[in-house]
Design a protein. Structure first.
Length: 412
């Protein structure tokens, strides 16, 4: 049985009350709450003496050692080598930095492939790269009925002219988990680089970069119970020859050369605390085994909650749910309510029920255009995390039922 009470005790933000009522956090896809281990790791680093790198004094050496340990922890979480792990401000900033460094590999007439399902953070860096280099952008299309990517014509989309393919592991809107293997395999066949956005995947799925075979994987720690720190995994052989923009005296070796300027050391310490939380939910001889089983524990519990939410939303005739009917999905639900602006819905849920529920396009703007949700202000999105409870799901049912009954005459 999932230890929900013990898990909730680990998240101090869950104790918050507004107007005497507990806050309910359904905004995990936008950023989870921070686990106590992450906070304590950050505070411990700060309190014990902060320093910059590569000095002869103790606090500097300790900072160097902490960063090494953080890379090792991330490597165990993601199934890669520690030397392939670089930290940055966030996934978007890292993606733009990597795109800029790839300009020498792209020439006029080349092709770059992105998808209609993705967050724009895994689209616009590569669109910008194509524009600057005179390359052509091609999209893997979204199936508007199944909310999955159309993968049948990959050979026509990913061609001998393709130099880079970027695809998301999981949609931060529909929860769709994409089968990346045929995309990555096709990229390999034509000699193209493959980039995976795993920002929404890492909080819910077991990740194995080596098994995936991608060249670059990007994610953010604040989506898996940690602080605002971006993470890039770059295949070592590619990383070595990546001509990144950097200051002349800055380190030229990997992974440091991608980490421009002084990093958020206390935040990186917090990343280790977030990973420790996942590890403690698992079992096994090695940290990697404990992290994998920890993620499986989270996944099993979230799926139980997700089944309740999905069944309820599909039962409401006024609700249009943008979610695949089957297949692997994260506990993320995007929907609209007929005749109502999404922001009105989320504002009401916040005011009446203290629920943190997001609205908008969530930067998946291409999909929002394809699915024509802008007239209603985009989607309402419910995103679950392992600190949510079945009682909170019952309150969600009560709240949405009350909203629909009270606003039946309202129109956008």
């Amino acid at each position: 049985m999932f230890p929900i009470e013990q898990v909730r005790e680990r998240f101090p933000a869950l104790n918050r009350e507004d107007n005497g009522k507990k806050v309910i956090y359904f905004d995990g896809p936008g950023g989870t709450q921070m686990v106590d281990h992450a906070m304590e790791s950050m505070y411990r680093y700060i309190r014990n003496g902060m320093a910059n790198l590569h000095g002869t004094f103790n606090t500097s050496g300790e900072t160097d050692a902490m960063l090494d340990k953080a890379r090792e922890a991330v490597a165990d979480l993601l199934g890669c080598n520690a030397i392939e792990v670089a930290f940055g401000a966030n996934m978007t900033t890292l993606a733009f930095a990597i795109a800029r460094s790839l300009a020498g590999f792209i020439k006029e007439g080349d092709e770059i492939v992105v998808t209609e399902l993705d967050h724009r953070a895994n689209v616009d860096p590569w669109v910008t790269l194509a524009r600057d280099c005179g390359a052509t952008i091609k999209f893997i299309k979204l199936n508007p009925e199944s909310f999955t990517l159309e993968l049948d014509d990959l050979e026509e989309i990913i061609t001998e002219k393709t130099r880079l393919v970027a695809a998301g592991m999981s949609s931060n809107v529909t929860g769709t988990v994409t089968d990346l293997q045929p995309i990555i395999q096709r990229a390999k066949e034509v000699g193209a680089l493959s980039v995976v956005d795993a920002v929404h995947g890492v909080p819910h799925l077991c990740i194995d970069v080596q098994e995936l075979g991608c060249d670059i994987l990007l994610c953010s720690a604040y989506k898996f119970f940690g602080p605002h720190v971006g993470i890039a995994v770059v295949r070592e052989s590619l990383f070595e020859k990546l001509p990144v923009y950097k200051l002349k005296p800055a380190p030229a070796e990997i992974p440091y050369k991608l980490e421009t300027g002084t990093q958020n050391h206390e935040g990186i310490a917090g990343v280790m605390g977030a990973i420790q939380f996942i590890e403690e939910l698992g079992y096994g001889e090695s940290r990697r085994e404990r992290l994998l089983t920890g993620m499986e524990t989270i996944d099993d519990y979230e799926n139980e909650l997700a089944a309740e939410v999905e069944s309820f939303l599909r039962s409401l005739p006024e609700v249009t749910l943008y979610r695949a009917a089957s297949g692997r999905r994260t506990p993320t639900f995007a929907f609209t309510i007929e005749g109502h602006h999404s922001r009105d819905v989320t504002a009401w849920l916040s005011e009446k029920y203290n629920m943190c529920v997001a609205d908008g396009d969530f930067y998946a703007s291409t999909m929002a255009e394809v699915l024509d949700v802008y007239p209603t202000g985009g989607w309402v999105r419910i995103g679950l995390a392992p600190y949510n409870t079945i009682e909170e799901i019952q309150q969600l049912k009560e709240a949405l039922t009350a909203y629909i009954h009270q606003h039946q005459q309202n129109v956008v």
